[in-house]
Design a protein around this ligand. Sequence first.
Ligand SMILES: Cc1cc2nc3c(=O)[nH]c(=O)nc-3n(C[C@H](O)[C@H](O)[C@H](O)COP(=O)(O)OP(=O)(O)OC[C@H]3O[C@@H](n4cnc5c(N)ncnc54)[C@H](O)[C@@H]3O)c2cc1C
Length: 549
Amino acid sequence: MNDTFDVIVAGTGAAGLTAAITAHDGGAKVGLFEKADQVGGTSAWSGGHVWIPNNPHMVAVGATDSAEQALTYLMSLSRGTIEERLAEAFVDAGPEMVSYLDKAAGTDFYAVRGFPDYHPEHPGGLAGGGRTVECPLFAFDQLGEWADRVTPSPYFKTMNITMSETPLGAAVPSMPDAEEMQRRKIHDERGLGQGLIGRLLKACLDRGIEPVTSARVRRLTMTDGRVTGALVEVEGRTSQIQARRGVVLATGGFEWNEDYKRAFLRGPLTHPVSMQTNTGDGLYMAMKAGAMLANMREAWWIPVGELPPGVNRMNRFLLSGDRSRPRTIMVNREGRRFANEAANYNAFGGAFHVEDVSRFDYANLPCWLIFDHEYVRQYGSPGSGSAGIKESGDGQDSVKAADWLIAAPSLGSLAERLGIPAGNLTATVDRWNAQVSEGRDLDFQRGDSAHDRWWGDPAFKGTREATLGPIDTGPYYALPVQSGALGTKGGPRIDPDARVLDLDGEPIPGLYAVGNACGSPLGMTYGGAGGTLGPAMVFAWLAGRHLSR
Ligand SMILES: Cc1cc2nc3c(=O)[nH]c(=O)nc-3n(C[C@H](O)[C@H](O)[C@H](O)COP(=O)(O)OP(=O)(O)OC[C@H]3O[C@@H](n4cnc5c(N)ncnc54)[C@H](O)[C@@H]3O)c2cc1C
């Protein structure tokens, strides 16, 4: 293994690849190391949306924005968790990063039409979208032998689509027909996170940056207070690698490290949905080097449903669109609703951390998604991504729900199965149905926000009907819902060049952290679709640029 570089990048998610490309283009010789045996990290599992306010492609979808408006929006969500200079750096550099990668790395980003910000009614928020960009399909056969070395997503049934073609990613979903899908398979054209990672990986390979896989960056080496390299473990053997300019930690979060979760997080995170290799190695190395920490309590929260073995390789799914559709509510062990079920997933995490101080327990864990048979008929079982399974053609209602759901003929018997008060569940559903018929959720304002109206039933996109609907057709079903996250977002505190700061606020020379490996520059906020990859890639670009100076 080559043992001297200008820059070492640890991790091959979107953050690591972006830093590698940018540092190389600034004249650095880059060594890229990946702990897993495949590249791409959680970024390759993702939808590939990247949230960049004021991006150069917004005009094409009729959206307008400004740096001031974007900053107003972000700071309105801060609740004291954002350092304004970091938000400014993000807003200023984002459009440049997009133009740079389009030109230098062939990302070919375009703006997604209509996708609202996640808090569109906040000052500076955009209800009509435009801040989310994605890549077009990318032909994986261009990657040669590397095509099979990108980690496939467990969560999407096919990777040959863009997010914009799914009901979640488009105002008017347009899933390709069978003939088009066949055509895409010829050159293995992939969208989603695969399209993004495929393009960034190709840009690395074209530059002669070949990732070393199964290579875990273990420890930083320091000389006179400066990071000068790292110890990298490959197949049980440790090598000393020199980094003349610096090391970029792009190792993802610590959501798969029980000790770190216990030490830092504000509440339970039992069901991460990210790469299991994200065990907080970057956090460990940064702490050893004397880093100050930031945003440690936070994660990119998301409600998660469990699946029986064999449905996907993570045995879980992200509960997002499914819980926003009509004919669903969520209830706690009291059989009561406790939040706007269609709220954005990151904000929803807060509902799992609410305390019942009398009981000295979490108020809303455990909890369940409750829905009816008509839901299954129209949308399929949650997590299945398709309409209800039809068993026979005998003219009877032959729709069948997935057998791993908890089912009962009446709400009362469902409550009994869940061990929650039957009277409460029935009363909750009665009240929900009454409010649905009035057309307003007076309890939790579900459907009031442009966000909720986007994520529900695509046939009613933009209206309250997208998310409000009665629960009145038995049998009734329940799905236990767990507190999950796309990844944590606490880590070493960084400055606007992504340099890691020490306890006195001074940069630790030669050390950078980006993506979920650093304390998120955007605090606890999730601005819009692509809100994790956006800052990850912008600060990776800033790190690469700083390393080029
Ligand atoms: C289904 C799904 C859909 C999503 N959709 C979106 C979306 O559309 N938009 C969005 O913004 N976010 C989305 N997310 C979240 C997003 O994927 C992550 O927040 C993002 O990928 C984090 O990027 P990263 O580069 O920091 O980390 P990762 O992509 O997870 O990469 C970290 C890499 O570092 C490697 N690593 C760890 N330790 C070491 C070590 N010691 N040495 C070397 N390598 C190491 C890991 O193996 C991993 O490959 C989604 C997540 C999921 C699961």
